[in-house]
Design a binder for this molecule. Structure first.
Ligand SMILES: *Cc1c(COP(=O)(O)O)cnc(C)c1O
Length: 436
């Protein structure tokens, strides 16, 4: 798979370079140079394939230049070892649960796949790979658990003190093994600045084989396309031939993967990107003016992004044709008040507890369904995290009803192994060298 940079279409690299570099030097994003459609007969009979078989097929078609069929099969068997169930709440409305992985958020798909891809390439180079990453919560947990025990890799996570939930903190800090967590006295932006500085430090990059596990890494996008096909397979088994997807969106990586799925040949009637008060994209689709802003804090904090990095990828996939894009993709923004009301309503209506991000997707799904008449079309909204990750959002009577997965119960018994540190680059650098 060859990739180009959105800022310079002549800047073409191979998959391995795009994975280790994450970001091109020209500050664009890497995009696949060409995507061939999957065989239409295969898609028509997709209901006959398992989730893993679907993942293998897509990976092989995209990465056959880099991986043998056996390598792909082994990789997917390790990565896709949990389901993505489609749960019907109404006759033609279903929620796609993407939170059955180790960190209970959909980011597990991207992080697990990326960890194995990186390990595959660095095994060939025979050098320990040092992943340095800053997190505000969900990404770090997925990266930590994605790389946990992966041979030839070591992960160092920086996170802001007091800014992550107790479960998120344990997911970062209780692992040991090849995962190290540093609590920084500072904000998420401070953590990110420290990581950036590390990558600019010639001395440090001479000593360590550093890479970032940046959320815009192309290796995280590919595996997120798998579950759109899986949802369609399940919908077909239920008798549906048409499908629409509603995606709770922040950095717009998840919906970009959905659009990649459609470019691979999955027929999607409608995409809806649901956002919280960070409404840069809905505002753009309404006014044709793209004005990114600073993020505002909301209850659905994993979507608090004012300048969504992946939006440029969406535009590229649509070849910057706004007319076509607006037909395929709707976008709506919802307030915290609406989110809380939705959480309650979802519980009352279906006896189902949705995390705040998922509740926003449900709102957009209901609004979309009110405009469509076709009963042969199923509307699928994506559930991006388990509600137990955000206990403070829920009113007490609902919080008590959230059933922790057994892994969370085990996690709560574990000890944090964090290293505490000031917001100071020399201290970080010295620690990284001393603990090499
Ligand atoms: C990251 C995240 C999102 C937003 O996904 P994007 O790919 O950034 O649009 C939504 N919900 C949860 C729970 C997340 O962790």
């Amino acid at each position: 798979m060859k990739l180009y940079s959105t800022n310079n279409h002549q800047n073409i690299v191979d998959f391995q370079q795009a994975v280790f570099q994450s970001l091109p030097e020209d500050n664009g994003l890497y995009m696949p140079l060409s995507v061939e459609k999957l065989n239409q007969d295969w898609i028509k009979s997709i209901q006959n394939y398992s989730f893993q078989e679907i993942a293998k097929k897509i990976s092989y078609e995209l990465l056959k230049a880099e991986f043998s069929e056996k390598e792909i099969n082994d990789l997917i068997d390790e990565v896709i070892n949990f389901p993505a169930p489609l749960v019907f709440l109404e006759e033609d409305l279903a929620v796609l649960e993407l939170f059955h992985g180790p960190s209970f958020a959909f980011k597990d798909f991207g992080a697990r796949f990326m960890s194995r891809v990186m390990a595959h390439f660095s095994r060939k180079e025979d050098q320990l790979l040092d992943v340095l990453v800053a997190t505000s919560g969900d990404t770090g947990g997925a990266v930590a658990l994605g790389f946990l025990g992966v041979e030839g890799t070591r992960v160092t996570i920086l996170y802001p003190k007091g800014k992550v939930s107790p479960i998120q903190e344990l997911q970062l800090t209780a692992n040991g093994n090849n995962i190290r967590a540093i609590e920084i006295e500072g904000t998420f932006d401070d953590c990110q600045a420290l990581v950036k500085q590390a990558f600019l430090d010639k001395d440090l990059i001479g000593r360590l084989n550093l890479t970032s596990a940046n959320s815009i890494n192309i290796a995280r996008l590919i595996p997120q396309s798998f579950y759109y096909f899986e949802a369609f397979a399940e919908a077909k088994r239920k008798g549906f031939e048409k499908i629409s997807f509603v995606v709770p969106s922040g950095n717009f990586g998840n919906i970009t993967a959905g659009i990649l799925a459609s470019i691979l040949g999955l027929e999607v009637k409608q995409f809806v990107a649901a956002t919280n008060a960070n409404d840069t994209v809905p505002h753009f689709l309404e006014t044709n003016t793209y004005s990114p802003k600073s993020s505002v804090q909301t209850l659905s904090n994993a979507m608090d992004v004012g300048s969504p990095s992946n939006w440029v990828r969406v535009m590229e996939f649509f070849e910057h044709d706004l007319h076509v894009l607006k037909k395929k993709l709707l976008s709506k923004s919802y307030s915290d008040d609406e989110t809380l009301k939705a959480i309650n309503e979802i519980h009352e209506k279906y006896n189902y507890i949705a995390c705040p991000h998922t509740a926003i997707a449900w709102l957009a799904a209901k609004e979309y369904q009110a405009t469509k008449k076709d009963k042969s079309e199923v509307t699928v909204f994506l559930s991006t995290a388990h509600p137990c990750k955000f206990p403070d959002v829920f009113p007490v009577h609902l919080r008590d009803k959230i059933i922790d997965p057994k892994e969370v119960k085990e996690l709560k018994l574990k000890k944090s192994l964090k290293v505490e540190m000031k917001n100071n680059f020399s201290e970080l650098k010295e620690w990284l060298i001393r603990n090499n």
